[in-house]
Design a protein around this ligand. Structure first.
Ligand code: GLP
Length: 240
């Protein structure tokens, strides 16, 4: 793992955007996009570069990491809606190049298999952006997820439901079940960018980077990957 400690979240966002831009400029690119608040600065910076500097996503595809089960795709809290609203609708991805899991699919197991096949058909993911949960989860792979897991249904911990309640009208509206790319699915991406911002992530970042490889901290499984870059601000690096 390469760990890069930046003075603040703005510098993390610019570095993330630099890495994505570098990949886009090589030609066709498949980007893995995380939701949550952590990558928003990087998405805003990429939108700015698109508008002011002509950075184009016209030869790129995007895949989101995970989705709530039971929310219709058009629900404001679905990750399909969030990623469009916060990022992809503001740049020039081609129609149908933004892929997401359907949390309303009648057969979620088949939906998970469809998604794995869609990623494979795109040739795999080139750059995967990841946030981290306070409990060390990535995507929605909660602690004790199999390190060999593929895209599947998971049950959220109460801690994660509480952490994500701010995106819903009421805490009880947060779904209990999700679809998420598995830990092995995530590690298939060629370059992983794990971003941690703020003191609340310091413990999880320390466990991911310096702790033992353990299912108790799903992000520690990124230690197995030959090309993981950890981008943190000073606060998130404070326990390293
Ligand atoms: C959710 C998402 C994760 C994300 C995490 C952290 O659980 N499924 O992909 O990394 O939240 O969110 P935030 O960046 O808002 O702290």
């Amino acid at each position: 793992m390469e760990v890069v400690i930046h003075p603040d979240s703005g510098a993390v966002a610019r570095t993330t955007a630099d890495i994505v831009q570098g990949r886009l400029e090589q030609g066709h690119a498949a980007l893995g996009l995380a939701t949550g608040s952590t990558p928003l600065g990087a998405y805003r910076e990429l939108i700015r570069r698109h508008r002011q500097e002509g950075l184009s996503f016209a030869r790129a595809q995007a895949f989101t990491l995970d989705e709530y089960l039971g929310l219709p795709p058009e629900h404001l809290g679905s990750y399909r809606s969030v990623i469009r609203r916060e990022f992809t609708d503001s740049v020039d991805f081609p129609d149908r190049a933004v892929h997401s899991l359907d949390g309303h699919a009648p057969d979620p197991v088949a939906e998970a298999a469809r998604y794995e096949a869609a990623i494979a058909a795109a040739g795999g993911i080139d750059v995967q952006i990841l946030g981290i949960g306070t409990d060390g989860h990535i995507g929605f792979n909660e602690p004790m997820s199999s390190l060999a897991s593929r895209t599947r249904i998971k049950t959220l911990t109460e801690q994660t439901r509480r952490d994500n309640a701010r995106f819903f009208p009421a805490p009880e509206d947060v779904p209990h079940h999700v679809l998420t790319q598995g830990l092995a699915t995530i590690r298939d991406a060629r370059h992983l960018l794990l971003i941690g911002l703020g003191e609340a992530k310091a413990e999880a970042i320390a466990a991911a980077v310096e702790g033992p490889l353990a299912a108790a901290c799903p992000a520690s499984s990124l230690q197995l990957h030959p090309h993981t870059t950890v981008l943190v601000d000073q606060a998130a690096a404070s326990r390293l």
